[in-house]
Structure formats: structure tokens, C-alpha cells
Design a protein around this ligand. Structure first.
Ligand code: ADP
Ligand code: MG
Length: 721
């Protein structure tokens, strides 16, 4: 029977509502600075601001005052529970809700929330991955209040919960989460950048903050299709499915007008996010049919990472209200573009300077050149590590395929900057900045480059885009925290190195002229050593792969090849120097990510086998039955049944191939579990075995009648809006 694939056409609750008042609702559900100021005694508020802005440790005495104000605010908004909201190494968020209610002597109860409740929680850590950092007998884990990221309220219909962003550590103090290292790495950047700025004679800056704006790509499909596909439900991506007659070739979806139901969904997501103080700014269609994007205004990297998690949560939470399912997977559909997350990164000062802003004449802007050089040096030195931060079973489908940045890390600088750096590397100084046609349009930044699939710039995994770098190879479902942590740490290391060389060259001299001359030399030296990472050409081309090899760049094609970089000597050195992660903490991350890789492939393989056996093969056999009956009938009528027989033969061929392939997949999976290197076995044995099953299934999808086919097709999923 054909499944009832009629899409649900509703707009939210089915009725029109007044347009939202952004100013009114923005931050309404967050306990932000304004709210705190209004509710806290002045001295407490002052201390909190010092903590948020200057990273000063919070005074325990003020904790109760903050907790009380926070509770009152939350209870006024209908919250009955609170949760320490944290980011375990799964890459997602975790929460355990506790009620404010405390019984009192009179048999009643009061809402209570102390400084202790606010500052520290103790979830059972044993059910979160720790990568060997914690034995089960010492399963204690602690969550600790992060005052630099505002608490917020999540509303589910009539239930409101106060969520407190927290860090998560073992009882021995090791980081079991992604927030602690991110905060530590931001401190490293702050320290080193301040030191450099002082050398340049800038004493006004009190703090340098890593900034991030992460663009999120995602797919939307009708929820009924999602619920009918075991692979989407369990693995987040389609494990089978023949290519539709039409894919994204027409290029008519990108930046096209947004379908009505999708628009209603986006609007609801924006409203939720505004209430949570997440500054989403742009929305549009992406390249593939059914693919869309949201981008926020950039923020301090720690807050941006929390907000990015809220964005992913909100996208998935709101979709069912519109009869939609939101797919965050990196590659939900074979043959059409996958989804990424462009992590835009820069460093800003509390005096309002963007350290990666070149201005009109970058050759004169030595400060910019210094920090830009630091990023180039960091990315070149730690290219393997950066590759490891984006490694996952899901992202393996993108990186290196001709639709996403290649697995080779390189930096796109654009013509103007490349020219400036080339001048410096050759002669030790740059005397001009190319003012080509597309520059000098009265804006200090490069014009926004078109992101059409044909644009060569899109092929770069790490691109300079005007006044920031954009790490584009990050996966759509990933937490941005690890990539940001690595960027911060390695950039801090490069700034440290450049500043040390500068200090040496300067001796006691500090005059403007002396600093400028020394700086030129230091930059020139670094660029000569690291320019191999700069590549402005087509990252998809075969020539680039050959050239990259000649340049000595790494090409870590798979997760299994990339993850060991997390514990490479150069990684340990950098992370221990800046006290971001210890060797044991790095090892734990490698272990957790490897485990996740193995688990993902294992689940996919089991699901593929199950779908082949319980959905595809039965459908094909039913069809054979029909063909058999038809052939008999034709025979009875003395008609030519050769055509029918040929169809049956084609089906039989695929049925036999599929039956054999499913058996082989089952064996490969069992063998992988016993293999010494399970991740490698998954990659080299199980993935190819899954592909063989898929080939037979997809061949059958082209043969079996639509009304017998048990799954929504690519056409249904991609084109029903
Ligand atoms: P494009 O991708 O075309 O460069 P935008 O200029 O809109 O587009 O920026 C994309 C993302 O980069 C946005 O999320 C934006 O907030 C972010 N971004 C802009 N400036 C910075 C910065 N200084 N630091 C970090 N992210 C930034
Ligand atoms: Mg971008």
C-alpha cells in the first residue's frame, strides 16, 4: 500500500499572529546584565560584571544574592525547576532538572535556591563519556556555574525551566566537557594578545576576546517522511535511496524565495532565539533542495558556543510544530550537498577594535598583519589538529567530496592580502595594497564573496573573509567548541612566538619606528616559513591534491587518520603550555571521538542491514510474486511474456545480490567488533560493505513499483516543501 505521504500543511498552531516586536522580546528569557542590574544589590552587581568582563573569580559570599535574584526572576516566569546545563563530550548538551521546592516544617513547601545550588551541581557523571578520565567507581562529576554566559529559561508549552550554563569536571578537576577548555583557551588568547598589544604601545586595551559567529546549515523535510524512515530516525541520514531524476543541478534553490511553511518555521525559530538572546541575523535557502541556513551576529566565543547549541536545539524542537523535521546531519542525502557550519573567528578588544580588520590599506596596518600572520602560522603548524577537530563519521562524507572543502587544510587569503604578504616575504616590507575592482567600494572590508557552488572561494576550508577567518570545514551537527578551542590555543601559541621574537629583536627599544621595523622582519620570517598553507585556487581540483603534497601539507582523508593528531607531540606541547588541556585530557578526547566514530558506523550498519532485510527484500519479493502471477496469466492467454520475464530476471539478480551483500555486511560488522583497531575495520571493511548493500537496494528502488516501495523516496523528501 502506498504510504499516506500527504504533507501536513499547518502554520504553527494554525492561526495568524501579530508580527513580533524584536526589541520587546529580545533577551526576555535570559537573566542578562540589565536584569541582574535591576535585581541585584550594587556591590553584587559590580562584582559580577568584573567577573564577566575581566574574568575575576567570583566571591562566594555574593553567590546567595545572585541565586536569590535569579530564582525570583525565574519563578516570576513560571519556572518550577532549574537545571545545570552543560556540554559533555558527546558534543551535545545535557540537563538534569531539579525542583525549587523544599518541604518546610509546617507540611508545606517553599521555592528555594541557594548560592550552593547555583554554583555547583553533581550529576551522575558515569553515563557521560569521559574517555578514560574517570573510572566508574569514582563516577563523581561536578557542574560549576559559568557567570560569563547568561542563564535562560526554556519554555515547553506550559513548562518553564531555568537553565544555568555550567562547566562539567571530574572530582579530580579534569575537564569532562567542551566549555572548560574553551574558557581556558580564551584566557590564553587574551594573555598573549594583550602582551603583543603592549609591545605595539597600546596600553588602553584591558581584554582581548575571541569572537565567533557560526553559520548553521540544515535540511527540512516533511515530518511524515522522517517518521517513515528508520535510517533518519536512528542514524540521522538516509542509508538507502536512489538519486531523484532531478537534484540540485538547476541551481534554482539557492537564495530562492523561501517556501511558505519554511518561512513560518524560521519565524518561530527566530522568535524563540530572540527570547533567549541569541542574535540570529540572516536566513536563506542553501544550495541543495530542502536545505537552509541561519547565521547569527558574532559574540564572545564562549557565549557563541552556548548560543550555537541553543540554535541547534531550537531548530529541532520547533520543526514538528510545522509538520517538519530538521536534519542537522552533515550528509543526510547522497548525491546532493551536505551541510556544514561556517565558524567565523576573530579577536576583539574591549576598546572596540577587531584585530583582524585590515582597514583600507592592509600593508600599513601592521597590527592587522601581525595577528593575521599569527593565524596563518597557527593553521600551518597545527593543520592536522584542526583537521582532527572536524573529524566524524558524518563529516567524512563531506570533506574531500566535491561539494565541501577538501580534507587538506589550506587558507584562502584573496588576491589583495596574498599580494601584501608576498611583498613582505620578498622584501621585508609591503609598500602597496592592490586596489582591484572589487575592493575600495567605500567599505573597509572585502566585499562579501558570493557563495555560489561555482565560486572557487567556496572550495577553501579556511578563508579570510574581510575582517575575520571562516573555518568552513566544520560539520553542521558539531559543537563549535573544540574547533574554537584549538583555534584559540594555537593562535595564542603563534602570538606568543611572534611576540617573543619581536621582544628579542627590539631589545630595550620601544620607539614606533623600531617596533615597525622589527615587526616587518618578524612577519616576513613567519610568512616565509608558513606560506605553504596559503592557497587561493580551486580546492576541488586534482592538481591541488598533487600540489598540496608537494608543499608538504597533510591530507588526512578519514576520521581514523585524523584523530591521532589530537595527541600529536605538537598538540600536547601547545595545550600543556597554555594550560588548556593536559595530555590525559587530550587522550580522553581522542578516545571519546574514536568511540563515537565506531558507534556511529555500527549503528548505521545495523540499520542498513535491518532495512534491507525487513523492508527492501520483502518489497522486492512481493513484486516477484506479482510478476510471477502476471507471467502465468500471460502464459494462459498464450501471450508473449518475455518482457515480464526480463523484468523478473533483473529483480531476481538484485534480490540475490542484496541477500548476499546483507550477509557480508553482517559478517564485516562481527569481524570489526573483534578487530584490534575497530575504527579502522569500520572504515575499511564495514563502510564498503554498507555501500554494496545500498547499491543493490537503490537498484531495486528503480525496479520495484512505487506503490510497493516501503520508503519515502528522495523526490518526496527533497521536493515536498
Ligand atoms: P560572509 O559569510 O558573507 O562573510 P557575514 O559578513 O554576514 O557573511 O558574516 C558571516 C558570519 O560571520 C556572521 O555570523 C557574522 O556575525 C560573523 N562575523 C562577522 N564579523 C565577525 C568577527 N569579527 N568575529 C567573528 N565572527 C564574525
Ligand atoms: Mg560565510
Amino acid at each position: 500500500m502506498p504510504a499516506p505521504f500527504a504533507p501536513t500543511r499547518i502554520n504553527g498552531n494554525g492561526h495568524h499572529k501579530a508580527p513580533m516586536d524584536v526589541e520587546q522580546i529580545f533577551g526576555q528569557n535570559t537573566f542578562g546584565l540589565a536584569e541582574m542590574k535591576a535585581r541585584l544589590p550594587r556591590s553584587v552587581h559590580k562584582q559580577l560584571v568584573a567577573t564577566i568582563e575581566q574574568g575575576e573569580p567570583i566571591n562566594v559570599e555574593t553567590a546567595d544574592a545572585i541565586a536569590l535574584a535569579m530564582k525570583e526572576w525565574a519563578v516570576e516566569r513560571g519556572a518550577t525547576h532549574y537545571t545545570h546545563w552543560f556540554q559533555p563530550l558527546t558534543g551535545r548538551t545535557a540537563e538534569k532538572h531539579d525542583s525549587f521546592i523544599t518541604p518546610n516544617a509546617g507540611g508545606g513547601a517553599v521555592a528555594e535556591f541557594s548560592g550552593k545550588n547555583l554554583f555547583q551541581g553533581e550529576p551522575d557523571a558515569s553515563s557521560f563519556p569521559s574517555g578514560g578520565l574517570r573510572a566508574t567507581f569514582e563516577a563523581r562529576g561536578y557542574t560549576a556555574y559559568d557567570p560569563t554566559s547568561p542563564a535562560f529559561i526554556i519554555e515547553h508549552n506550559n513548562v518553564a525551566t531555568l537553565c544555568i550554563p555550567t562547566a562539567f569536571a571530574s572530582w579530580t578537576g579534569e575537564a569532562l566537557d567542551h566549555k572548560i577548555p574553551l574558557l581556558r583557551s580564551m584566557e590564553a588568547v587574551n594573555k598573549q594578545a594583550l602582551r603583543a598589544l603592549k609591545l605595539f604601545g597600546d596600553d588602553n586595551v584591558g581584554r582581548v576576546t575571541a569572537t565567533c559567529g557560526a553559520e548553521q546549515e540544515y535540511f527540512l523535510i516533511d515530518e511524515s517522511f522522517f517518521l517513515e524512515r528508520p535510517d533518519l530516525l536512528v542514524a540521522g541520514r538516509t542509508l538507502l535511496g536512489a538519486k531523484p531524476p532531478r537534484g540540485q543541478e538547476m541551481d534554482d534553490h539557492y537564495f530562492g524565495s523561501i517556501p511558505e511553511r519554511v518561512m513560518a518555521f524560521m519565524n518561530a525559530v527566530e522568535e524563540e532565539l530572540y527570547k533567549l538572546g541569541v542574535p540570529v541575523a540572516t536566513r536563506h535557502n542553501e544550495v541543495a533542495p530542502g536545505q537552509y541556513e541561519f547565521a547569527p551576529i558574532f559574540e564572545n566565543a564562549n557565549v557563541a558556543a552556548d548560543h550555537q547549541q541553543l540554535m541547534m536545539m531550537t531548530l529541532q524542537r520547533m520543526a514538528p510544530r510545522f509538520g517538519l523535521a530538521c536534519l542537522l546531519h552533515e550528509k543526510p542525502f547522497a548525491g546532493v550537498n551536505g551541510s556544514g557550519k561556517h565558524v567565523n573567528f576573530s579577536m576583539g578588544t574591549d576598546t572596540g577594535m577587531n584585530l583582524l580588520d585590515p582597514g583600507h590599506t592592509p600593508h600599513e596596518n601592521l597590527l592587522f598583519l601581525f595577528f593575521c600572520t599569527a593565524v596563518i602560522q597557527a593553521v600551518h603548524t597545527h593543520q592536522g589538529l584542526l583537521r582532527a577537530t572536524i573529524a566524524s563519521a558524518a563529516n567524512d562524507h563531506r570533506l574531500g567530496a566535491n561539494e565541501a572543502p577538501p580534507a587538506i587544510l589550506s587558507i584562502f587569503l584573496g588576491d589583495q592580502l596574498t599580494d601584501v604578504f608576498e611583498q613582505i616575504a620578498e622584501s621585508g616590507k609591503a609598500s602597496s595594497s592592490k586596489q582591484s575592482g572589487f575592493l575600495g567600494l567605500g567599505t573597509p572590508v572585502l566585499p562579501h564573496l558570493p557563495r555560489h557552488a561555482g565560486d572557487r572561494n567556496r572550495t577553501s576550508p579556511f578563508a579570510f573573509t574581510g575582517n575575520k577567518f571562516e573555518f568552513r570545514a566544520v560539520g553542521s551537527s558539531q559543537s563549535v567548541s573544540l574547533p574554537l578551542t584549538v583555534l584559540n590555543t594555537t593562535v595564542a601559541e603563534a602570538i606568543d612566538d611572534l611576540a617573543t621574537r619581536l621582544e628579542k629583536a627590539l631589545g630595550k627599544k620601544r620607539s614606533k619606528k623600531a617596533v615597525e621595523n622589527a615587526l616587518r622582519d618578524v612577519i616576513a620570517e613567519s610568512i616565509r616559513a608558513h606560506k605553504a598553507i596559503v592557497f587561493n585556487g580551486d580546492g576541488y581540483s586534482d592538481e591541488w591534491h598533487t600540489e598540496a603534497e608537494e608543499r608538504g601539507l597533510l591530507n588526512l582523508k578519514t576520521t581514523a587518520a585524523a584523530l591521532p593528531q589530537l595527541t600529536a607531540a605538537s598538540t600536547v606541547q601547545a595545550f600543556e603550555t597554555y594550560e588548556v588541556l593536559s595530555e590525559a585530557e587530550l587522550e580522553s578526547r581522542e578516545e571519546v571521538l574514536t568511540e563515537q566514530y565506531v558507534m556511529t558506523i555500527n549503528i548505521e550498519a545495523a540499520t542498513t542491514e535491518n532495512m534491507a532485510t525487513t523492508l527492501v527484500l520483502p518489497a522486492a519479493v512481493r513484486y516477484l510474486n506479482e510478476l510471477g502471477e502476471a507471467a502465468e496469466a500471460l502464459d494462459d492467454l498464450d501471450l508473449d511474456m518475455s518482457g515480464t520475464k526480463k523484468i523478473a530476471a533483473a529483480v531476481v539478480e538484485q534480490v540475490n545480490a542484496l541477500q548476499k551483500a546483507a550477509g557480508a555486511l553482517s559478517k564485516a560488522r562481527a569481524a570489526a567488533h573483534k578487530a584490534k583497531d575497530e575504527a579502522k575495520a569500520m572504515q575499511t571493511k564495514v563502510i564498503p560493505a554498507m555501500a554494496t548493500v545500498r547499491t543493490a537496494c537503490d537498484a531495486l528502488e528503480r525496479l520495484v513499483p512505487a506503490d510497493l516501495w516501503p520508503l519515502p523516496t528522495y523526490r518526496d523528501m527533497l521536493f515536498v516543501k
